[in-house]
Design a protein around this ligand. Sequence first.
Ligand code: 4AD
Ligand code: MG
Length: 465
Amino acid sequence: MKHIDISKLFSNVSDYVNQSVTVCGWVKTSAEVKPMTFIQLNDGTTSIKNLQLTIHQDKMSEEDYKSLIKPLLNFGVSLKATGIVVPSERNIIELEVESIEMLGDCPSSYPLQKKKTSVDFLRTIPHLRTRTNLIKTGMKIRSRLAYAVHSYFAGNGYTYVHTPIITDSDCEGAGEMFRLTTQPWNASYKTEEEYYRDDYFGQKAGLSVSCQLEGEMAALGGLGRIYTFGPSFRAEKSDTPRHVAEFWHVEPEVCFVDINEIMDIGEEFIKYVIKDVLDNCSEEMEFCNKFIEKGLLDKLNHVVSSDFARIDYTEAVKILESSKHKFEYPVFWGCDLQTEHERYLTDVHFKRPVFVVNYPKELKAFYMKQNPDGKTVAATDLLVPGVGEIIGCSERETDYDKLVEAMQARNMPLEAYEKYLDTRKYGSVQHSGFGLGLDRLVMYVSGISNIRDVLQFPRTYKKIY
Ligand code: 4AD
Ligand code: MG
C-alpha cells in the first residue's frame, strides 16, 4: 500500500507542507466539533505523537458523512487517508482529508476503550496492549537499547557470536535449567540415564541459562573479544517484578582484562547505551519523565555524567549493619544480599549505580577468579536504584587446578565441561566478562517498574502471558 510514515511527516515538515500524501494507521481518538471532525491517527512509527486528520463535515452530504465517516470514529479502527499536509499552530502539522477509507473495523467489544486502564488489565491483553502509550513507549526504548548494545560492541572491536540455546551444561550451577525432551515419561525405564539415552539428543539437554561458557570458549578460542545477545532461560521460582523465565541477555567476554578493567567496560557500556536512548528517543523519554517516573531525565543525565560507586562486599555489609533500617533478612558477612539490602545501598545510601565487588566465594558460581584471601572471588554485581542488580560480572578463574577444585566442590560432572576446561590448558589468558539483563535495563531507563511490562509476552513463574 503506497503511503508515508507519520514519523517522516513530523521529521521533515517543510518537505511535506502543502503536499498531498497518503497515511495509514489506527484511530487513537476522535472528536466531532461541528462543522469539523478530528481524528488522531497513529501508525506505530511514532510512540506518542499522532497525526491529526481534519474532516470538513459540510463538504459532503449528511448520508455520506453517516455512512463513510461515522464508522471511522471508533477507537482502534484502522484506516487509510489521503489529503494535504497543512501547518498547524497546535499540532505542527495536520492532514486536511480529501479521501478516507476504513481498512479494518473495530467493534465496541475492543477491550482498549478510551477510559484509563490498569497495567494488570493490560497484561491480560498482551497482543493489544502495544497500542497504548505506556507499552509502546517501553517497546520503542527497548528496541533502541538493543540497537545501542550492538552499536557499542561493534564500535569497540567485539565479534558478535551466536551461541546455542540448547545446552547440556548449567553455567550458573543453580539448577535453574529448563529441561528439554521429546519423549513422555515411560515407567519402563529403570534409570534416568536409560531414559535420556532414548531421548532426542541421547542425553540430558536443556535451555541455556547463560551463554558465558560458550562465550569464553569463543574469546579464548582466538576471537579475543566477543559478545552474545539473545534469550536466556531460568526456571527460577521467583514471582517478583524483576524476574522472568525468559529474558534477553547481553554477555561480553574479554581477554587480557581484569576485574577492574571489566568494570570500566561495563560502566562505559551502560553510559553509552543510556546516552544513545536520551539522544534518540526524546519523545519516549519525555513521556516516561512525565507519566512514569518524575525526574527520570535528571537521573539518567546524572548517571551518564558521573562515576558509578564501587565498594567491596565487606564494606557493603558494614554499611548495612550500621544502618538504622530494619531488614527482614539478617545482614552478616557471608550473607547473600537480598533485594531489600541492594535497594538500601542504591536507593538510600549511594543514590546512584554501585558495583559491589569481591563476594564470598560460596555465594557465587564456580568460574569466578578466586582472590588471594581464599575467601572471596573477583566478582561484582552492578546495582542500580529502583531495579537492583542489572549486571553480574567477574574475572574468570584461569588456573586449571583451582577451577577443577571449584567444580568438584560443587559436585559438577567434569566430563560435561571437558571442552571448557581445555581453554585453560591451551594458551589460557586472563579474561573477564559480564551478563546484563536487557529487560531490567529497559526498566531502569524507562522507569517502568514491572518487568512484565517491558516485554510483550512475558513468561513468568506459573504464567505464560
Ligand atoms: O547474574 P547472572 O546470573 O550472571 C550470569 O548469568 C553470568 N553467566 C553472566 C556473565 O558473566 N556472562 O545474570 C546476569 C544478569 C543479571 O544481572 C540480571 O540482569 C539478568 O541477567 N537476569 C535476569 N533478568 C530477568 N529475569 C531473570 N530471571 C534473570 N536472571 C538474571
Ligand atoms: Mg547475578
